[in-house]
Every structure is written in C-alpha cells, then in structure tokens.
Design a protein around this ligand. Sequence first.
Ligand code: PPS
Length: 342
Amino acid sequence: MPSSGETTTLASGHVAVPLEEEDEKRIFRNFPTFTDGASRLNPGRWLLLKGFKDVADRIYNFKLRESDVVIVTFPKSGTTWSQEVVWSMLHDPDLKGAPRSPLMDRPPYLEMEVDQWPTEVKFFVPPLFQAMCPGGDASRGTVVQMLEVEKEPRVIKTHLPLSLLPRDTLDKAKVVYVARNPKDLVTSFYEFSRTIKRLQFQGSLAEFADHFMRDELRYCPYWEHLREAWQKRNHPNLHFIFFEDLKKDSVREYRKLAGFLGSKLSEEQLARVMEHTSFSSMKGRDEALGKSDQMNSEGSFFRSGQTGSWKQKLSHDLESKIDAWTKENVADFGSDFKYFIS
Ligand code: PPS
C-alpha cells in the first residue's frame, strides 16, 4: 500500500517511507507507550522508528577506526553477553576491575538516540553525554560525539542490519555478528517487551510472534537481518556466532572469538573472562550492568539465558507456524546454516 507520508532518501540509498496510519495503529496497538511513528526503509523493508531517518546519514557517514569492534545483532540474540565478553577480552582480561560504566553507556549504541521511546523529546540524550562531552552540542548527535572520546578499542553495539551501518564498516572495523534461533528469540523478545517499563507490550505471545513473522517489530525482517551477515560470513572482518554454539561449546567459541579479535589471552585469562561473563555471573551484576531498573517487578533482563526455553512457552500451534515460516525463509542459506527445519 503506498504511504501518504513524505518519503526521505538516505545517504545509504535507502528510502524511508512512513507507515500508513492504519498499519501503524494495528502494528503498535499493543504498545501503549508508542508515540513516535515508524517507517519502512527500502530496499530491505526494515521497520524502524520514524526518527531514524534523521540520524541515519550521521550513522552511515560515521568514521570507524581500524581498532573498532562492532557488535551487530537482531534484538535478544545475545548482544549484552557478547558485548561483555568482547569488552572484557579487550580491556580487562585479568578482571582487575578496569572502570566500567553501565553497558548501555559503554559506549552508547549507534542508533540509541531514536531507540528509547517513549520520549518526550524527539531525541534521547544519553545521561552520560554531558559527562563525556562537556559543552557538547546534542544537536550534532550525542552518540557520535561520545564515540569520538571513547577509549580505544571501541566496542560499538547496534541492532541495525549491515546495510544501514557506516559505509565502510567491513573494510575498516571488525564485526561480530550474533544470531539466535527464532523460537528462543521471539520468546525472549516477548517477555522483554512485556516487562520492560518503556514498552509494556499488552498482547499475547501469539500476537507478538505474529508481528515478528509479519516483519512488524523494530529491526525486522529478522531473516533478512541474518541473511545480510550470513552472506559475509567468510569475510575476514566478520565473525559470525550462533548463540547456541556460544552456550553449548563456550570454550571453543570464546577461543575463536579471542583469535578473531587478535587478543592473545592466556588460558587463565580465558577462564576468568568465561566466569565473569557466565549467565549467573552477569545476572548477579544486572544492576551494575544498568539492566535491572529498566524492568518492572515481573521481569528480568537476564531471564533464562538458555537455548530451548521456548519449549515451556510456545503452543504446539505456534511452534508449527514458526517452523513453517523458518522453512520458507532459510532455503538459500546453505547447508552450514543452523536453523534448518527438515
Ligand atoms: S537486547 O535487549 O536486544 O540487547 O538483548 P540481548 O542482550 O541481545 O539478549 C538478551 C538475552 O540474552 C540472554 N543473556 C545471556 N545468555 C547466556 N549467557 C549470558 N551471559 C547472557 N547474558 C544475557 C538474556 O538472558 C536474554 O535471553 P533470555 O532468553 O530472555 O533469557
């Protein structure tokens, strides 16, 4: 359906098309805090908040450094876990307690200014901005200014797909892409969206999963997000990790990741980082990691940390729907891809 709103062409070549009012109402009807408006970005049909078009070019033109590590994930795929692992490997492998600010601010994630709805103001100004950039002018972009003064090597997080990242990302920086299977992901995303104070999703898991499969959640389409990274899995600057492998064979995966980062960890350091970034250890630090105050009393950011916890949550019918949807979408991923349904 053509949109009645104004379209915007971005430096990346994408065209941002505001959602039709009735689509927007339907998609966000269960998000009582939603106020901002959303757009599709073509090609790709990426669903993002409308304000993204105002920061997109700043992100696309952002100058990465060769020492940068960019962690790219679809939400709820293991972003926080991999951030903590990468940051520890690069900055504090002995766990001597190098100063850490909350992960949310270490550093702010690329699209943070438009991802904090509901906001009274158009753009969210991260609380650390004044401290990191005294006298900084927020209208020039808070995230880019904070990144300019961030200690190297910078560990940058984003949920944006590769095609919306800075133009030379893979030529310049190292990218760690983490993928998670759709059933655990949708379960995690639902519980998070239901219990995080700023979203308060009101619908059922079945409704949420329907939005997910219809590409109606922010950062969707999920399969296209994965596909863009999967196609680059042999690129020397991209390291593709499955959440399930990280969980099942942590020693091997942590070693591979350290090798990719060029961080020569001793066995002892590796063991320390593993312990520090285990689920129980991170859950125990959720306040320090800046996660606990985001959730209401029913929820926890560090919820289960498991593979397969969907089995307690998805009905048989929903499981079958997600399987059929997966089957339709993974045909061209190749045999080394993990989420096949035979
Ligand atoms: S977000 O909000 O998109 O940044 O969320 P993200 O960090 O990507 O994903 C949150 C899920 O990751 C789990 N998690 C972990 N699992 C295992 N080990 C460690 N250390 C760990 N840290 C976070 C977290 O519990 C969420 O998954 P669920 O299934 O909801 O428990």
